[in-house]
Design a protein around this ligand. Sequence first.
Ligand code: NAD
Length: 309
Amino acid sequence: MEAARGTKIVIVGAGMVGSTTAFTLLLRGRATELVLIDYNKEKAFGDALDMNHAMPFIGKTTVRAGDYEDCAGADIIIIAAGAAQKPGETRLDLLKKNVGIFEGIVDNIVKYTKDAILLVATNPVDIMSYFTWKRSGYPMNRVVGSGTLLDTARLRYLISEQKNMDPRSVHAHIVGEHGDSELALWSLTNLAGMHLEFTEEEQHQLHEDTKNAAYGIIKAKGSTYYAIALALDRIVTAILRDEGAILNVSTLLEDFHGNNDVYLGVPCIVDRTGVREVIKVPMNDDEKQRFSASAKKMREQLDSIEQFM
Ligand code: NAD
């Protein structure tokens, strides 16, 4: 795809996720200018230089390390900065640490632009997205979390392996928290509109394998970054090309099956405005109950960081 003229994407946090996303966007020609901002300036500088040496093979794109003033004029700002969980540290400790990091990041971004779309990947992504929305003062449609797009991809891949099909032809949805309380909407799983039936045991196994995929990858090699980079590229493309694609991103819920005032992954129409519309997909009673439990868990975590918003 040819990049639209003058498309600028800023990535805050050039760690494994941020730098892999930058490289993915570069290879796929999504932007004319990519700027990397990291607390570790050397890392961002090194990544930019390394990618500059790829230009003779793929053609010119501006890739450089920068600072927050570079957020001015950005179409999309991807935030993938954060601290990793340390041994003995609870998830709540990590959450508080990442909230501290995000206070600085979001305040710096809004100094230079109020017009970008903010795309959040840092975990816990639903909480960090809500925090970014509240702290930035941006409208909710322009603060998007990667949500359950990656989890949905993982489920589609697993089903495609079982059915020996192209994963792009498998339709399935994971909704809720990007984490332990997420759920699959089995009634919406289909191939070419034909409903796919799974036994309870199969459903259980597919859900477990989807939910626990990250743990397995982290155990094997420390972190996950290839598939999330493509998930972020997918969201970026839907925005820049004004696609109106349906993607399971994290967004603010307003009476979504009775759930309000949390960010969670649900099917959304994504276009140049960000999240144009949340799709109120049908859910059975069990799914509604589990989705509400996921929302309740998010609300409790948000209450614990209320003083920072
Ligand atoms: P990483 O440790 O490799 O990178 C984090 C980067 O953030 C580092 O380069 C660090 O220097 C930088 N950073 C820290 N504080 C900063 C600040 N104040 N300003 C600017 N930069 C700062 O971690 P990673 O593997 O790249 O993961 C990044 C985040 O993405 C984590 O929270 C991880 O859990 C999350 N993640 C999300 C998904 C998803 O589906 N949403 C998938 C994979 C990873």
